[in-house]
Design a protein around this ligand. Structure first.
Ligand code: OAD
Ligand code: ZN
Length: 244
């Protein structure tokens, strides 16, 4: 794999790197993405499953769908893409800003992770906001009740129409402003405000590199677009640094 010389130069000069990731980085672990022909949103309608009104209307169906996805995720492992990002920490100050709820960056042991859309491993009570980890209700077939107040317990993920966790977003945005290189990995970059992260990084002077198997909405705005699977491209980029 041949890379643009500019990338080598930018890597030489960089100290801080942001990886902005989406479902595509976990595709090689066997987790379905959202969009595209095989995507989750082709099979189910987001408005029936991933919003609060849907949950109130049909709590057990929503719960069951999240339990199904948790089972898939629990049976997967971080792939070369997640692992290579951890290796970058040997050479750079690395921040992972992810839209994924699948926990794979955490399981790969990335040090600094900002989860913009929550984490499927956690739940919380909609009444008293008590948090529970997944194990607490791991085998629940129906929406569980809060152990403190009896309220309904929901997955700690951001649904359509909901706000992102503000403090996490602010911290992520600050890192985007400060970084030297921002890699946009495996995301269609169409869901805002998350997709503002790479745009902000570029506005504040970062070199913006996309890694994706396809063209996306952001391809025309990046400095360098690399076509390929993240689990194959990222290790090759790390080789540039190792070869120094
Ligand atoms: P998408 O499903 O929209 O996009 C996945 C992207 O990954 C596509 O651009 C694919 O081309 C690319 N891709 C697939 N396999 C790849 C691979 N092996 N290597 C590199 N790229 C690959 O997923 P997201 O952009 O993450 O929101 O979606 C954003 C948000 O929309 C999600 O966080 C979710 C969804 O609704 C919430 O749940 C709030
Ligand atoms: Zn409660």
């Amino acid at each position: 794999m041949e890379f643009d010389k500019e990338l080598t130069k930018k890597l030489d000069e960089a100290s801080s790197i942001v990886f902005f990731t989406g479902a595509g980085i976990s595709a090689e672990s066997g987790i379905p993405t959202f969009r595209g022909d095989e995507g989750l949103w082709k099979k189910v309608k987001p408005q029936e499953l991933a919003n609060f009104d849907a949950f109130l209307r049909n709590q057990d169906m929503v719960w069951e769908w999240y339990q199904y996805r948790r089972n898939i995720m629990n049976n997967t492992k971080p792939n070369a893409g997640h692992k290579t990002i951890v290796e970058f920490e040997k050479y750079f100050d690395v921040t992972v800003i992810t839209q994924n709820v699948d926990n794979l960056h955490r399981r790969a042991k990335s040090k600094t992770i900002f989860e913009l859309h929550g984490n499927i491993e956690r739940n919380f009570c909609i009444e008293c906001k008590t948090f529970y980890n997944h194990n607490e209700f791991g085998s629940a077939k129906r929406t569980p009740k809060c152990k403190k107040c009896g309220g309904m317990v929901r997955p700690d993920v951001v649904w359509f129409g909901e706000n992102l966790p503000q403090d996490i977003f602010n911290k992520a945005e600050q890192k985007a402003k400060e970084c030297d290189i921002c890699f946009v990995v495996g995301t269609s970059a169409v869901i805002f405000p998350a997709a503002n992260i790479p745009i902000t990084a570029k506005q504040y002077g970062a070199y913006l590199v996309e890694i994706n198997v396809e063209q996306t909405d952001i391809t025309s705005s990046v400095d360098y677009s690399i076509k390929g699977k993240s689990g194959e491209v990222l290790p090759k980029i790390l080789d540039i640094i190792k070869d120094k």
